[in-house]
Design a binder for this molecule. Structure first.
Ligand code: HEC
Ligand code: HEC
Length: 229
């Protein structure tokens, strides 16, 4: 994807998300567009087949995509394009993890199409967490002294990400996983981000900032629930 296209996606994402933010939903619902969209196969995804094909995955990532362990990411509500990109990256070795690399070895395109549609259609459960204001400040406004950009600029004001741009949803994601993956970007252990976008950002973040923003994200949605009451 060219930088121009990415910028366009981000702009669309911001517009779409600003609108969604005004009608803050209590939980983060599945992206309806994610159900049917995939860049790889043009046929309609079969969510029921995806549920069956992902039985092994559910052992860690949860029967409804809400994972059973703090370092296993939730896949619920994650956009199908982002999920498919990660699976392809694990298959090609562009993203490496000893557990995941072996999990996706034999996965066919049809399975990937259906599995990602199944997880995208699930609802993410948001945990109530105690947090400082630091995480929220960084998420919404970045840190102008260390030139960390606002996460919301790409991941959206409500953390919903952007399907067409394969920008991940972060709302409700497990904080231990988010902190680990940001440190992996910082050390370039994870290097599958296009144009080094996330490696450049994470490199500018301090450890306390990483932990604070990770905690904020795990509770994102719970806060909306509270303010909606
Ligand atoms: C034994 C536990 C386990 C199983 C089973 C498993 N995963 Fe994972 N998965 C993980 C871990 C751990 C990570 C995080 C890797 C890292 O830290 O980079 C992960 C990450 C992922 C990601 C990246 C998510 C993100 O937010 O970037 C995707 C997509 C994924 N798994 C899909 C699958 C699919 C599809 C299957 C079944 C074919 C599967 N996983 C089976 C443990 C598991
Ligand atoms: C310029 C756009 C942009 C900005 C700003 C941005 N991100 Fe990202 N982020 C991305 C993209 C694109 C990816 C997907 C990388 C890939 O393809 O693996 C990503 C991936 C991530 C992931 C991995 C999610 C997962 O499930 O593994 C985390 C965590 C993350 N970003 C957190 C942040 C935080 C925290 C900030 C603010 C400090 C931020 N991002 C700012 C574009 C951005």
């Amino acid at each position: 994807m060219t930088f121009l296209k990415l910028t366009l996606c981000i702009l669309i994402s911001i517009t779409a998300n600003s609108y969604a933010y005004a009608e803050t939903p209590p939980t983060v619902p599945p992206e309806s567009e994610a159900k049917a969209s995939s860049t790889h196969v043009n046929t309609q995804a079969d969510i029921t087949a995806g549920q069956a094909a992902s039985s092994i995955c559910q052992g860690c990532h949860g029967a409804d995509g809400n994972s059973y362990g703090p370092e296993w990411p939730n896949l619920a509500r994650q956009n199908a394009n982002y999920l498919a990109k990660q699976i392809h990256d694990f298959q090609s070795g562009a993203r490496q993890d000893p557990t995941m690399s072996s999990m996706v070895v034999g996965l066919k395109e049809t399975d990937i199409h259906n599995i990602t549609a199944f997880f995208a259609a699930q609802t993410v459960k948001v945990n109530k967490v105690t947090q400082s204001n630091v995480g929220k400040k960084i998420y919404r406004g970045g840190n102008r002294y260390s030139h960390v950009p606002a996460c919301a600029g790409c991941h959206g004001p409500n953390g919903a990400g952007n399907g067409p741009g394969a920008i991940p949803s972060l709302a409700g994601q497990k904080s231990a996983y988010v902190a680990k993956t940001l440190r992996d970007f910082k050390s370039s252990t994870r290097s599958n981000d296009r144009n080094q976008i996330m490696r450049d950002i994470a490199a500018k973040m301090s450890d306390p900032e990483i932990d604070a923003v990770a905690l904020f994200l795990e509770g994102m949605g719970a806060e909306q629930l509270a303010s909606a009451k």
